[in-house]
Design a protein around this ligand. Structure first.
Ligand code: NAD
Length: 424
């Protein structure tokens, strides 16, 4: 097996293969027409764009990007935009499909979409990043709109990137259209609590899972892979709620302290040095070592396909809280379930972000904004309800949490598709 540069297992299966294998497993529990199953297994439409960007040294470089709509039966499509050197069309298709199921599972009126640009944002200047973003936004403008498809941040993008997309779209329209993206900065129509939503939601569902295992959240040992938007906030929320966060990592490597890390201090260190590595008072470890640390809760919050057939047997957590999308392959799922690991599947665990994105969109359309406490409490309510809906379904069907989540979500999308009927 090849190893990624950070020592973890490389993508051995495409994310799309994982997403479709999960889908195939779940539809066995639903009584759906074969034609409908085939329809839901594939994206509705896909756009590939190839576009030039003027670099700071005066040269022109070509970039490739994608925007995929998976399904829009339940409403406009929703999904993030990823900037990463390994973005592929298959990955974007999988992420779009997961967005459809995620929105249906937490019962918000959206379909699923995703976008991506093949680039390393850390190797671009702010000026180059802005040029790339504005041109990509223009290229995909035929697909995005407040009523049709609303992007948000994902790996490698942030509130500033959303601001540039919103501004580019608005310039073309001739008036401000904040509702075309979510995850915007607060001063141009973003929502309080959006930045923190995904990471907080991860910990809310973790708390519910630990309750089922008769373990309090306070005092639980937590390990987090990835220290970006999702991972850092999950680690911070866990720390604030009394957990012992014993290890965290980013693409450069990990840090470990069995007595618990001061996450505020780790965040300061990461801001100043652009990595968690080298944090004073911690031992270094690789991402592969981090994934196999004994702990109560493991939060993968980086990339897909991190826990695979090759390393699943070494995983030693009680609860796997999937902050990332698709971090666990179907082969690894089977191994973890055999070991008795309680898996909170991605479409449930990391749905806090899209829930607050929905709140941001609603607030923007009404031009009436809520306080952070209200945003977070409403998000928590959606997350806790979805968690128990899934757990109830898992018990009813005698299946794992992932299959139950997919059954509920696919069932709702199929239902909406059937109610709308077949055009023409
Ligand atoms: P981000 O770019 O803010 O952070 C990603 C982090 O992962 C960084 O610390 C990076 O160094 C690290 N990383 C990247 N590759 C790695 C590797 N191979 N091994 C270890 N660490 C690695 O991204 P994010 O927004 O936090 O997204 C992380 C995951 O969460 C993605 O799977 C994304 O799709 C998912 N997600 C994000 C949101 C959101 O609101 N941002 C919502 C739902 C799901």
């Amino acid at each position: 097996m090849e190893k990624a540069h950070n020592g973890t297992a490389m993508k051995e299966a495409s994310a799309l293969a994982t997403a479709q294998a999960q889908f195939d497993q779940a539809v066995q529990y639903l009584d759906l027409e074969p034609g409908l199953v085939d329809l839901l297994r594939w994206p509705r439409r896909e756009l590939t764009v190839s576009f030039p960007v003027k670099m700071d040294d005066g040269t022109v470089r070509r970039f490739v990007g994608y925007r995929v709509h998976h399904n829009m039966s339940r409403g406009p499509t929703k999904g993030g935009i990823r900037y990463h050197p390994e973005v592929t069309l298959d990955e974007v298709r999988a992420l779009a499909m997961w967005m459809t199921w995620k929105c249906a599972l937490v019962n918000i009126p959206y379909g699923g979409a995703k976008g991506g640009v093949v680039c390393d944002p850390h190797k671009l200047s702010q000026h180059e990043l802005e040029g790339l973003t504005r041109r990509y936004a223009t290229e995909i403008a035929i697909l995005i709109s407040p009523e049709g498809d609303i992007p948000a941040p994902d790996m490698g993008t942030n509130a500033q990137v959303m601001a540039w997309i919103m501004d580019t779209y608005s310039m073309h329209r001739g008036y401000s259209t904040p509702a075309v993206v979510t995850g915007k900065p607060i001063n141009i129509g973003g929502s309080q609590g959006r930045n923190e939503a995904t990471g907080r939601g991860v910990i809310f569902t973790t708390r519910e899972a630990l309750k089922l295992l008769n373990k309090p959240l306070a005092g639980a040992s937590v390990v987090v892979q990835g220290f970006g938007n999702v991972g850092s906030v999950a680690a911070l929320t866990a720390h604030e709620l009394g957990c012992k966060v014993i290890a965290v990592s980013d693409v450069k490597g990990g840090i470990y302290n069995p007595k618990g890390l001061d996450i505020y201090a780790v965040m300061r260190h990461a801001r100043e040095t652009r990595s968690v590595v080298g944090f004073p008072g911690s031992d270094g470890l690789t991402n592969a070592e981090l994934l196999s640390l004994p702990c109560d809760v493991l939060v993968p919050a980086a990339m897909e396909n991190q826990i695979t057939a090759y390393n699943a047997a070494a995983v030693q957590c009680k609860v796997l809280a999937e902050g990332a999308n698709g971090p666990t392959t179907p082969e690894a799922d089977a191994i973890l379930l055999d070991k008795g690991v309680f898996i909170i599947p991605d479409i449930l665990c990391n749905a806090g972000g899209v829930i607050v994105s929905y709140f941001e969109w609603v607030q923007g359309l009404q031009a009436f904004f809520w306080e952070e406490k209200e945003v977070t409490e409403r998000m928590e309510h959606f997350m806790v309800k979805a968690f128990h809906d899934v757990h109830r379904e898992a018990r009813r069907l005698q299946v794992d949490m992932r299959t139950a989540a997919q059954v509920l979500a696919i069932g709702r999308v199929a239902d909406a598709t059937t109610t709308r009927g077949l055009y023409p």
